[in-house]
Design a protein around this ligand. Structure first.
Ligand code: F6R
Length: 609
C-alpha cells in the first residue's frame, strides 16, 4: 500500500504535494518523492526514509512549478532505497509515474521491454509502467496510459505526467484507490480525499478499469478504450483527521474493514482456484528440500503466534508433517530440537520483533532453513530468512493486529497447500476444492462486515460484565486465544481463551452470571461436543454468545446470543471467526472508553526482550 498524489493549478505544486503526502503517510513511509514540472521539464526528487527526509533534502532548493505528482511508499517489489523510491521515469525522462499497487506480470513485461532496448534503474514493478507508457506514447499521453494499463495485471493506481503535454495529469486505476479533488482553477488526484480536504470537498471517485485526464479546469473519465464515462461529484462531509482513517473512527475499525481487500491482495498471483495450484515465488525452497523436511517449527509472538497455532492444525492435517510451535520468547532459553531437516517458519507482522528475530537466528544456527512470513518488505525477518512470503495487508497502524492476522493465516494456508502438493498428501481434486474455498473467503468476510448488528448488540449487553471466557475446540482454539487477546489489549478486561474440553479441569469454576462465555461453535467435527460444553456453562448460570454457521437453527436453543458467519471448511474457518471477534473487542472497548488505536502499556513493534 502506498500513497499517491497529483496537483495541477496556479499555485506552487511542491508545498501542496508535501502537505498531501503528510496526510497519506499512514499508507506507507519507506520512502517519499515528488516530481514537479516547469516549462515542459520535470524535476524529480526522492529519497529513502520518511517524508521528513525528503523535506530536509529539498528545503533549500524547492522544485518550482504548478503541476506535480508525489508518492509515499510501502515497499512491495524492491526493498526501500533511493533508487526504488517513486516517482519513476521512462528512458528519456519524458514520462514520470507514481504507482500504488502490485503489477503481477512486471517480470515478463520487464524482460520484453529490456529486449526492446529499455533501460531499468530500479527493482520495482512500477518502472515497467513508465517504460510501457513510453513505448505507446505517440503524442497523446491519455491514450498511451490506457494502452499500457490494458497490459498490466494486478492492482494499480497510476498517476502520470508527460513533458510533451504540460497542461495535464493522467491517471488510471484497477483495484487500488484513486480519487479526483475538484477545486477552482486547480485539481487534485490522490489515494485518499484526506490529502486535499483543506483545498476542496468536491470529489470524484474513479472506478476500476477507468482512466482520468485532469487539467487545471477540467477532468474527463474514460474506460481503457477511450469511451467516455459520466461520474457523479461527491461532497465530502468528513473532517481532515477522519479522512485519514477513510471515515472510520479508528484505524483498528478501518483495518478490520480492509480485510477482504488485504486477503485478495495476499492471494492474487499466488493461488489459482481454476487449476487448484499455489505458486509461492518468494519461498525459495527446492522441492527436494521440502520432501526431505521431517518437521516444521513455527516461531512467533502474540497474534502471530495464534496464527501459528491454527497453522499447526492445518499443516499437520494437509501435509502429514509434524509441526511444533514456539513462543519466540521461550525458544531461546531452552534447547529446542532443530536441525537441517527442520523448516523454521517465522511469523511477524513487523518483521522486527526482537524475540522473533532471535528465534530466527537460533533456528538458522542449528541448521534449519528459515522462511519468514511478514508484512514489511525489507524488514529484518525478510532480510535474514532463506525465503520470504509477504502478507500484502498494507500498513497496520492500530496496535491491535487484525488484518495482519488474517493475511498471515491466508499465507500459512497457501504454504500448507504448496507443501501438500509437493509431498503428495492432498489429491489434485481436493487441492482444487481447497483453493476454491480460500478464494471465496474475502467475499464471505465482506458478508460479515456488511452487517454486524448482532456483534454490536452482544457488545452492548456484555461490556460491563466481569470478564470473558473464549472457548473452542480444534483449530478454533487459536481463534479463542486471539479473541481473548484482542479484548484484553484494547478494553483492559479480563479474558481467557481456553480449550472447551479443559473447562471441567478448572476454568468452569469462574462461571457465574457476570461472566460471559464466547463459544466458537461453527460447523466442525466437534460441533456436538461444543454444544455439550455450552450446556455446562448454562447449567452454572453463565451467559453464552455463540459464533455459529449461517443456517444453524439448533444453536439458538443453546446460546443466549448467536453471531452467524458464512459457512466454510472447518480448516479455514479461523479467518472468518476472527472478524466478529475483532469487531466484538472493538465495540466493547468503544463502550468502555480506552484509547483503541494506542492502548496503554503497548507498542506496535516490540524491539526489546
Ligand atoms: C496483538 C499484537 C501483538 C503482535 C506481537 C508480534 O494484537 O499485535 O501481539 O502480534 O507483538 O508482533 P509482530 O507480528 O510484529 O512480530
Amino acid at each position: 500500500m502506498c500513497g499517491i498524489i497529483g496537483y495541477i493549478g496556479k499555485r506552487e505544486a511542491c508545498p501542496i504535494l508535501i502537505e498531501g503526502l503528510g496526510k497519506l503517510e499512514y499508507r506507507g513511509y519507506d520512502s517519499a518523492g515528488v516530481a514537479v514540472m516547469n516549462s515542459g521539464k520535470t524535476d524529480v526528487r526522492k529519497c529513502m526514509g520518511k517524508l521528513r527526509a525528503l523535506e530536509d533534502a529539498i528545503r533549500n532548493d524547492i522544485p518550482r512549478g504548478s503541476l506535480g505528482i508525489g508518492h509515499t511508499r510501502w515497499a512491495t517489489h524492491g526493498g526501500p532505497s533511493d533508487a526504488n523510491s517513486h516517482p519513476h521515469t521512462d528512458c528519456a525522462g519524458n514520462i514520470t509515474v507514481v504507482h500504488n499497487g502490485i503489477i503481477e506480470n512486471y517480470m515478463e513485461l520487464k524482460e520484453a521491454l529490456t529486449a526492446e532496448g529499455h533501460t531499468f534503474v530500479s527493482e520495482t514493478d512500477t518502472e515497467v509502467a513508465a517504460h510501457l507508457i513510453e513505448k505507446f506514447y505517440d503524442g497523446n499521453i491519455s491514450e498511451a496510459v490506457c494502452r499500457a494499463a490494458k497490459m498490466l495485471q494486478g492492482s494499480f493506481a497510476l498517476v502520470v505526467i508527460c513533458n510533451g503535454e504540460p497542461d495535464r495529469i493522467v491517471a488510471a486505476r484497477r483495484y487500488s484507490p484513486l480519487v479526483v479533488g475538484l477545486g477552482k482553477g486547480e485539481n487534485f488526484l490522490s489515494s485518499d480525499v484526506g490529502s486535499f480536504l483543506s483545498y476542496t470537498r468536491d470529489a470524484v471517485y474513479i472506478d476500476d478499469d477507468t482512466a482520468v485526464t485532469v487539467t487545471a479546469d477540467s477532468y474527463s473519465v474514460t474506460d481503457f478504450d477511450g469511451n467516455p464515462i459520466r461520474k457523479e461529484v461527491h461532497k465530502i462531509e468528513w473532517d481532515a483527521s477522519m479522512a485519514e482513517r477513510g471515515g472510520y473512527e479508528h484505524f483498528m475499525l478501518k483495518e478490520i474493514h480492509e480485510q477482504p481487500r488485504a486477503l485478495r491482495e495476499t492471494m492474487r498471483g499466488r493461488l489459482s482456484p481454476d487449476s487448484g495450484n499455489v505458486e509461492l515465488p518468494g519461498l525459495n525452497l527446492s522441492d527436494e528440500y521440502i520432501k526431505s523436511v521431517d518437521r516444521i517449527r513455527m516461531i512467533a509472538c502474540g497474534t502471530a503466534y495464534h496464527a501459528s497455532m491454527a497453522a499447526k492444525y492445518a499443516i499437520e492435517s494437509l501435509c502429514k508433517i509434524h509441526v511444533d510451535i514456539d513462543f519466540a520468547s521461550e525458544l531461546r532459553y531452552r534447547e529446542p530440537l532443530i536441525d537441517e531437516r527442520t523448516l523454521a517458519v517465522v511469523i511477524s507482522q513487523s518483521g522486527e520483533t526482537l524475540d522473533t528475530i532471535v528465534g530466527l537466528r537460533e533456528a538458522k544456527e542449528n541448521g534449519a532453513k528459515v522462511v519468514s512470513i511478514t508484512n514489511v518488505v525489507g524488514s529484518m525477518a525478510a532480510r535474514e530468512a532463506d525465503g520470504v512470503l509477504y502478507t500484502y495487508a498494507g500498513p497496520e497502524i492500530a496496535v491491535a493486529s487484525t488484518k495482519a492476522y488474517t493475511t498471515q493465516l491466508m499465507v500459512l494456508y497457501m504454504l500448507a497447500l504448496y507443501i501438500a502438493r509437493i509431498r503428495g498428501t492432498v489429491a489434485p481434486e481436493d487441492a482444487k476444492k481447497y483453493c476454491e474455498e480460500l478464494w471465496d473467503l474475502p467475499e464471505k468476510a465482506e458478508i460479515i462486515l456488511n452487517d454486524y448488528k448482532a456483534v454490536r448488540e452482544a457488545a452492548n449487553r456484555y461490556y460491563c460484565f466481569n470478564g470473558f471466557l473464549y472457548m473452542a475446540r480444534g483449530i478454533n482454539l487459536a481463534s479463542a486465544l486471539e479473541g481473548a487477546l484482542k479484548i484484553k489489549e484494547i478494553s483492559y478486561m479480563h479474558a481467557e481463551g481456553y480449550a472447551a474440553g479443559e473447562m471441567k479441569h478448572g476454568p468452569i469454576a469462574m462461571i457465574d452470571p457476570t461472566f460471559a462465555t464466547i463459544a466458537m461453535c461453527v460447523k466442525s467435527k466437534t460441533y456436538d461436543k461444543m454444544l455439550s460444553n455450552i450446556r455446562e456453562v448454562k447449567a452454572r448460570a453463565g451467559e453464552v454468545i455463540a459464533i455459529a454457521t449461517n443456517g444453524d437453527e439448533l444453536i439458538e436453543s443453546y446460546a443466549d446470543k448467536v453471531i452467524y458467519i458464512p459457512e466454510t471448511l472447518e480448516v479455514f474457518s479461523p479467518v472468518l471467526v476472527a472478524i466478529p471477534l475483532q469487531l466484538m473487542a472493538y465495540q466493547v472497548a468503544k463502550n468502555r472508553g480506552p484509547a483503541i488505536d494506542q492502548p496503554r502499556n503497548l507498542a506496535k513493534t516490540v524491539t526489546v526482550e
